[in-house]
Design a protein around this ligand. Structure first.
Ligand SMILES: [Zn+2]
Length: 263
């Protein structure tokens, strides 16, 4: 791993927009400030593909294992064992992404809560970091997480886009916070310019959530498909909001990420 490189804690490399041009995406990573990338798994098939990508580029990639709330309807109890088995692989470094998403109810509330609770049990049993997704489900999400909070040391709420009260609730529970290019979107993400100041320096991590959420401050022409190589521009916006040097953001996010995922 490139010790100086930024670490993208969430990239959907198995998405066809990126997977279909994987060699180019990797070339772009190699020539960027991004050193390592954690491929987000949203179901077990993603983990299989991610492990294949990792075998081709072992110096760059890691992955997670679990079911995104959208896919909660596909979660079966026998997957518990499979997830624990995948987690034994040292390139599989977190349980997730898991959580609740009431914005797009692709799975019912009941399917989502059942799936989420089982992932929290898995994180507890495997003493694993957990990669969390929450959208328009804060109240239920907090009350479920509270039940397991003392048993799960490392929790990151990825792609945080919520309000101040939600941020404080996550920080009170010891969560880390993942910030995406949403912060560079002045139409939707302006509120984050203020909120970012409330995230303690030892809780901040950065991610592209590519191919989604392309940063708005890219200084060159692009095709609208976000890539892990654009992570630098998210660090740049955060540095501007904090009135700090970009190297400060790079240093703290790399340090936090290495500690969190033990990489
Ligand atoms: Zn997510």
């Amino acid at each position: 791993m490139n010790n100086q490189g930024l670490i993208d804690i969430g990239a959907n490399l198995t998405h066809s927009e990126l997977y279909d041009q994987l060699d180019l995406v990797v070339d772009n990573i190699v020539s960027s400030d991004t050193g390592s990338v954690i491929i987000t798994s949203s179901n077990l098939n993603d983990t299989v593909i991610a492990l294949d990508i990792i075998s081709k580029y072992p110096d760059i990639f890691y992955t997670t294992v679990g079911y995104h709330p959208h896919n909660a309807k596909d979660f079966k109890y026998e997957d518990m064992d499979k997830i624990s088995q995948y987690y034994k692989n040292d390139r599989v470094i977190a349980i997730g992404e898991c959580g609740l998403d009431y914005y797009r109810e692709y799975s019912t509330t009941k399917q989502q809560t059942l799936c989420f609770e089982n992932h929290l049990i898995l994180a507890k049993e495997n003493k694993a970091p957990v990669f969390l997704h929450e959208r328009k489900a804060h109240k239920d999400f907090i009350s479920m997480l509270k039940k397991y909070n003392d048993d799960i040391d490392k929790k990151v709420v990825h792609c945080f886009t919520g309000d101040k009260a939600e941020l404080m609730a996550y920080l009170d529970m010891g969560c880390y916070i993942g910030i995406t290019g949403w912060i560079s979107d002045l139409r939707r993400g302006k509120h984050l310019h203020d909120l970012i100041k409330y995230i303690p320096q030892n809780k901040l991590m950065i991610e592209t959530d590519s191919p989604y959420l392309t940063p708005k401050n890219l200084p060159f022409k692009h095709n609208g498909i976000n890539q892990p190589s654009y992570l630098n521009f998210i660090a740049e916006t955060i540095a501007e909001c904090l009135n700090k040097d970009i190297d400060y953001v790079k240093q703290i996010s790399i340090r936090n990420t290495k500690e969190f995922f033990s990489i």
